[in-house]
Design a protein around this ligand. Structure first.
Ligand code: ADP
Length: 188
C-alpha cells in the first residue's frame, strides 16, 4: 500500500505515519527524519541543509525531489510523511510514481487548527529540544505551510483523492479513524 499523509506541523502526522508503517508492514519515509539524520551524521547533504532546518525554511525543491526519487524507487509500500510540501514537489511526485506504475493508493489529511498546532509544537520543544521548535521558527514553518503547502492539499482535494481526518482527538482515536478510512478505500 502507498499512503501519503499530509497535515500541518504538530498534527500528529509523524506519530500516525509510524503506526501505519508498523501495522501495514510498509516503510515510513519521513523527509524530516531523513534530513535530521543527515545533519546528525554530518554528510554533505546534512551540511547543506543544516542552516535551512535551523531557520525553519524549506530545502530547495530539486534537492528534495532527487532525494525522494532515490528513496521511493525501490519501495513497494510506504507511508510518505513531509513530502510534498510545494506544488512543484507534488507534480514531481505524481509523475514519478506514474512513470514507475506505482500511484498513491490514498492521501490522508490530518486536520488541526493553528492554535492546537502551535501549542503542541511548543510542548514538543520543551520535551525534545528540537532546535527548530522555538516560537520564531515555529511561526515561520506555519507561515510556509499556509503559503506553500495548502495549495498541495487543494490539488489532492480537487483530484478527489483526499481523506480528511480530525487530528484534534487522542492518538488512538485518530489511528482508529485512519484504519477505518483505509478499510473503506479497499472496499471501493
Ligand atoms: P515539521 O513538519 O514539524 O516542520 P519535519 O520533520 O517534517 O517537521 O521537517 C523539518 C524541516 O525539514 C522543515 O522545516 C524543512 O526545513 C525540512 N523539510 C522537510 N521536508 C521537506 C520538504 N518536502 N521540502 C522542503 N523542506 C523540507
Amino acid at each position: 500500500m502507498r499512503i501519503l499523509i499530509l497535515g500541518p506541523q504538530g498534527s500528529g502526522k509523524g506519530t500516525q505515519a509510524k503506526r501505519l508503517a508498523a501495522s501495514h508492514g510498509i516503510a515510513h519515509v519521513s523527509t524530516g527524519d531523513i534530513l535530521r539524520a543527515a545533519v546528525a551524521e554530518g554528510t554533505e547533504l546534512g551540511r547543506r541543509v543544516a542552516p535551512i532546518l535551523e531557520r525553519g525554511d524549506l530545502v530547495p525543491d530539486e534537492l528534495m525531489i532527487d532525494l525522494i526519487r532515490e528513496r521511493l524507487e525501490h519501495e513497494d509500500g510506504f507511508v510518505l510523511d513531509g513530502f510534498p510540501r510545494t506544488l512543484a514537489q507534488a507534480e514531481a511526485l505524481d509523475s514519478m510514481l506514474a512513470s514507475i506504475g506505482k500511484p498513491l493508493d490514498v492521501v490522508l489529511l490530518l486536520q488541526v487548527s493553528d492554535e492546537v498546532s502551535s501549542e503542541r509544537l511548543l510542548g514538543r520543544a520543551l520535551e525534545e529540544g528540537r532546535s527548530d521548535d522555538t516560537p520564531e521558527v515555529i511561526a515561520n514553518r506555519l507561515r510556509l505551510y499556509h503559503e506553500l503547502t495548502q495549495p498541495v492539499i487543494a490539488r489532492y482535494r480537487e483530484a478527489g483523492a483526499l481523506i480528511e481526518i480530525d487530528g484534534e482527538r487522542s492518538i488512538d482515536e485518530v489511528e482508529a479513524e485512519i484504519e477505518r478510512a483505509l478499510a473503506g478505500t479497499r472496499e471501493r
